[in-house]
Ligand binder design. Sequence first.
Ligand code: FE
Ligand code: FE
Ligand code: ZN
Length: 278
Amino acid sequence: MLKIGCHLSISKGLTNAAKETVKIDGNTFQYFSRNPQGFKAKEWDEKDYQNFLSYSSEHNLVRPLVHAPYTLNCCSSKLEVRELAQMILKSDIERLEKFPDALYNFHPGAHTGQGVEKGIELIAECLNSIVKPEQKTTILLELMAGKGTDLGRSFEEIKAILDLLEYKEKYGVCLDTCHVFAAGYDIVNDLDNVLDEFDRIIGLEKLKAIHLNDSKMPFKSFKDRHAALGEGEIGLEAIIRIINNPRLKDLPFYLETPHDTLEGYAKEIAILKENYKW
Ligand code: FE
Ligand code: FE
Ligand code: ZN
């Protein structure tokens, strides 16, 4: 069964997002842990959470992926920015410990001129200060397109971060198809070699989720602009090969494509389901 869903707002609660997911024929979804640009989190609603759990099990939904605000930067050159990032990550993870086995995705951060090595050290330092051995939540590092001083633009950079982490079993990787394509991994013509390389450098067992997006920007542009499936430089055929790849087919796929209405996602999900051969 294809695990597929899209990014949804939880401003009306988790249960509502789960219902929207069922409406568009998905079985999982992604949401922001808090306002993606500010840092305000919604107040915890225990009743909504309990309803969400029972609704999810009735409808066979797969656990959602929780995305950290993308403005947080735990490797900034500014101490106050790093401290804020650390505080947000810590409180998000504490909240997610209520879930049986949450998946929490974040952007590694931008070194803002300090250099790759220093940035990687700061990211690891931040995570090591937060993660405890009893933590159930799995933290995913998202592969990035490589704009500016963003870290996580290559398998090697992600591996370098992972190498510095304590409790390695608490971490995984999220592959965003738009990002890796823009970063220069040819998932259109050479998917199997890209996956071999991922396996050699990071290990495919670390790959826990896929952000399924087309890219408005060309290959190796290092620019992060998502397009609707089939409306970008990756193209629908390559996307369909990705969901059907034997090494990827069982992973959860999350659409982060630009649509104003649920309808747009429903159409994409229908196309993907029609073309999923497993
Ligand atoms: Fe992201
Ligand atoms: Fe993404
Ligand atoms: Zn992106």
